[in-house]
Structure formats: C-alpha cells, structure tokens
Design a protein around this ligand. Sequence first.
Ligand SMILES: [Zn+2]
Length: 282
Amino acid sequence: MHWNVGKVKITKIVELETVGSTRFILPLATNEEIQKLSWLIPHFANAEGRLKMSIHSLVVETPARRIVVDTGLGNDKQGRKVPTWNNRKGPFLETMTAAGFAPDSIDTVLCTHLHVDHVGWNTRLAGGKWVPTLSNARYVFGKAEYEHWRDHSDDDDKIAVFNDSVKPIADAGLADLVASDAGLSDEITLIPTPGHSPGHMSILIQSEGERALLTGDVAHHPCQMAHLGWSSTADSDPAQSAVTRHDLFSRFADTPTLVIGGHFNAGHIRRDGDAFQFVALE
Ligand SMILES: [Zn+2]
C-alpha cells in the first residue's frame, strides 16, 4: 500500500491489524457511538461499530533518503502490559524486505514518540542482547520526548520499553536528538504535537506543491476527529491532546493534504461544524 507526494513515496508496512478490542485505549468509543458516525463505516469501523486499527511503519522515500517512521512492537520483547505484545515472533522484517526495503537499506529511523508500539523494531534480540535492527540508520528521536522517558519513566513497562528499544540505540551512538519543530530534509519538517506524550511530533512532507501529514498518535482513530475530547487512555495529558487535535486538524482541514495516522489508513480531513470528519482515500 503506497502513496506518492510529489517526488516522495510513502509505503505502509503492517505489523498487526485489529477489529474491535480497542476499548482499553478509547473507552468512550462504544459500538453505539461509533455507529452514529456513519462516515467511519466501512473503512475505519465495521457495521457493528467495532474500530479497525493497525500497528504499522511508514517508509518514506525522498530523492535522497530512505526513512522508516515508527517501528511497531518488535519481536521477543518482555514486560509489556498488553499480554499479546510479549514474546512476539512476527514476520515484520520479512514483510519489509519483500516490499523492497531490506533493513540495511534504511538510512533513517524517525519515531513520532517513544511509546511501546512505535519503537519496537528499533532493536532486535541477538545473542541475548538488544542490538539496532536498522544497523545502517541514524535514529531520530525528539529531544524532549527522549529526555522525558529517560528521566521520568514511572512504571515498569515504560522503563522496560526504554531500556530494550531506545537506550541500546543511544548506547550504540546511533541516536540523534532533535527539536520537535526541526527540519530533517528539503521535504520533511516536524510539527510539535504534545498531549499524547510530552514530546510527541507529527511529520509534514512537502514536495512539488503536494503535502502529506503523518499524524502519529495525535489521534488513535478518526472517531477522535468527530469527538476531539475523546482522549485515549495512553495520553499523558488528555486536555492538551484535545487542544492539539483541534489545532492540527484545523490547520489541515479542507486542504488536499494526504493524512495518514499512526494506527489508521490514509484520507483527508474535512470540517464538520465544530469538529471534523475523515474521508478515506479509495
Ligand atoms: Zn501508538
């Protein structure tokens, strides 16, 4: 599955797809409430009102760079809160290679934030140690985000995530810490979008007059465009995350900007009264 934005190509590599069982992350998104948002069905929810979501990476190819945005759950990880996210043995690297992206061909990894489902494939287990998976890449982390999880991790699973999927990258000298509004290349600029996590960043891609926005987890699902206040249980600052949704969606609504979520597929944002709708790309 891929999209072109001027000279930039974006390809989605899926690690996991789910329908339903998302109440733990979006408790207000009941089946009944989702069924009222008929524009979500069938692309983003099924007829029963169960949400369709995925954990995926986006490979962004510019004329000069080959970048992986977010790296999913990874294999062999331990200490995760969600039981099925432990000891995974998924074929993600094989899927990526089959799509034309061998791990050693990637020159940049960019994490929108440092949560468990966005950093997993940063590392893989080799000889009992966590080593960088994309061994030829520089890993770009938001400085504020990195320092937050390094200094303020408050529970065991977050500490485990930092120690097995982020710290080994820094220890290997492969981490570049950047400001959340940094420009990474001619085509790529970061946008600070705090709330879901303290240093969360979205990614703006611009080429030949065309634009794409990779939102990361500003919203976990397009239902949060209709209900800006439906913050996720994973949001570190739910009030800020609602403000960020309003500001970011206002900026890109009713424009031709291609929008791709951290957990949902591509579309366009449209204004709908005080809130927004998301129109799927066919
Ligand atoms: Zn996520």
